[in-house]
Design a protein around this ligand. Structure first.
Ligand code: FE2
Length: 466
């Protein structure tokens, strides 16, 4: 056998073997390796802003699904000087079966120049960067006029107001958003993926303006952990359940109505929050000359005229139940209507009912308008607004057929409110109707020539109650 013959045979065997390999069904090992190799999940997702404790600060929060250092890089437009601040990372394990692990990054962008527009991005070189976003730093002090979109009850399906809110945020017709509870429907669903979708949807709002939040009943699963971990609110309890901040001529207070309705955590939370509220109102009232408006927000209304079984609909029948208005809680001084009234709160904004409803100035089931012709000029009780209709999969909440005497305007349409805190004496509330191309179908000027604790005398009036 010659050497050349052997070479030909070897070549033939090699070719045959190669052909055989390429024609054999794939063993699967190689494919499985590819499939099991997870995609790189270190890129930043769910980017959203919130106000910091200081006016010269903006907090940016984002998520990665793998560990990576992370930082926020921010600068004035066209400036070659970029500031970089590393993120602090907390690990959040969702309570679902899959126990999905989130790396929640928070970075505090500090020393901001008031009213200046900054561009920013988050991430890092190894994991990747977010798109380049921008925001305007909070103007300094009380002498400016914030415009805020306010709503609750926004889902990741049928989220009717999202498009209009994205436009408002990106074109700066609003300075901030207040989302008063009930997110995504629900954030923990599908092992947190519904919350992930929602956070991605609002990124084009919350990446541009601070997205300030309150907790709602839909955040209850797993001890409100999706809410407490995904958002970053300044001060208060440190978990966004109750906190406050100054914003232009207003002091804004957010509290959890849910402590009153999920009592498995005990009454201690109600007591702790009440104590904090009393202290915060006391401090705010010492500062009313500088920040005259005191605006309180929480998820659940005290008064509503929807035809469901919610507490606000039937509060007159709840004399012995836990309630924000009365019942056993009033005896225990935990009910908050009295507290808000005594503190001279100007406005209480809530959601929960999937509708918009504006009440006449009201306290203890009595109307206390400023006057017949000008009900919202120097009223003798807080103004109550419900704005829980930004759009969600469960649709509208219907009203009782008969309009109660305290209800000034109501609609089931989808939309959101726009709050213009114009100056020390004037505030404009608008209802933006998403079923009428964003037309403002309700608006009131609230005019207050005096603000402060003990300025209301509604309790002395012999008015109609029910
Ligand atoms: Fe709700």
């Amino acid at each position: 056998m010659t050497a050349s013959y052997i070479s030909v045979v070897k070549l033939a065997i090699f070719i045959s073997a190669s052909s055989l390999v390429c024609c054999l069904p794939q063993s699967g090992k190689h494919d499985l390796t590819l499939q099991d190799d997870p995609p790189d999940q270190r890129y930043p997702q769910h980017v959203h802003l919130s106000l910091g404790v200081a006016e010269t600060e903006m907090v940016v929060t984002w998520t990665t699904f793998q560990e990576t250092p992370g930082a926020a890089e921010y600068s004035l437009p066209m400036s070659p000087q970029k500031m970089t601040v590393p993120s602090t990372v907390t690990i959040f394990i969702d309570g679902g079966d899959e126990h999905r692990k989130y790396y929640i990054h928070r970075a505090h962008m500090t020393h901001l120049k008031p009213s200046q527009v900054y561009s920013y991005r988050v991430g890092d070189e190894s994991g990747g960067w977010s798109p380049l976003f921008s925001f305007r730093a909070t103007p300094s002090g009380p002498n400016w006029s914030p415009v805020v979109a306010v709503y609750g009850d926004l889902g990741n399906r049928n989220g009717r107001s999202i498009g209009r809110l994205q436009t408002e945020a990106q074109y700066e017709t609003i300075n901030a958003v207040f989302h008063i509870g009930d997110f995504a429907y629900d954030m923990q669903e599908d092992n947190g993926r519904v919350g992930d979708d929602f956070m991605a949807q609002i990124e084009s709002i919350a990446g541009y303006v601070p997205y300030m939040t309150a907790v709602g009943n839909h955040e209850n699963p797993y001890n409100f952990s999706n809410y407490r971990n995904r958002f970053s609110m300044p001060g208060g309890d440190g978990e966004g359940l109750f906190y406050s901040f100054d914003y232009g001529p207003a002091h804004i207070v957010i509290f959890s109505s849910e402590f009153y309705f999920f009592l498995n955590q005990g009454l201690e939370l109600i007591a702790k929050q009440k104590l904090w509220l009393m202290k915060d109102f006391e401090a705010a009232n010492k500062n009313r000359a500088e920040r005259p408006w005191l605006i309180v927000q929480s998820h659940r209304p005290m008064y509503c005229s929807n035809n469901d079984d919610d507490d606000c609909s039937i509060s007159k029948e709840l004399e012995n139940n836990v309630s924000l208005v009365g019942g056993a809680c009033r005896v225990l001084r935990y009910a908050l209507e009295d507290t808000l009234y005594e503190a001279g709160v100007d406005m209480y904004i809530s959601a929960h009912e999937h509708s918009y409803e504006r009440a006449w100035p009201i306290y203890d089931r009595k109307i206390c308008n400023g006057s017949y012709d000008h009900p919202y000029t120097d009223p003798s009780a807080p103004v109550h607004i419900i704005t829980g209709s930004a759009g969600m999969q469960s649709g509208h909440d219907a009203f009782e057929t008969e309009v109660p005497f305290w209800s000034a305007y109501r609609t089931q349409n989808y939309g959101y409110s726009r709050l213009h805190i114009t100056n020390a004496t004037h505030m404009l509330v608008e209802w933006v109707d998403d079923e009428q191309d964003g037309k403002v179908t309700d608006s009131i000027w609230v005019i207050k020539n005096k603000h402060g604790a003990g300025t209301y005398d509604c309790h002395l009036k012999e008015e109609k109650r029910w």
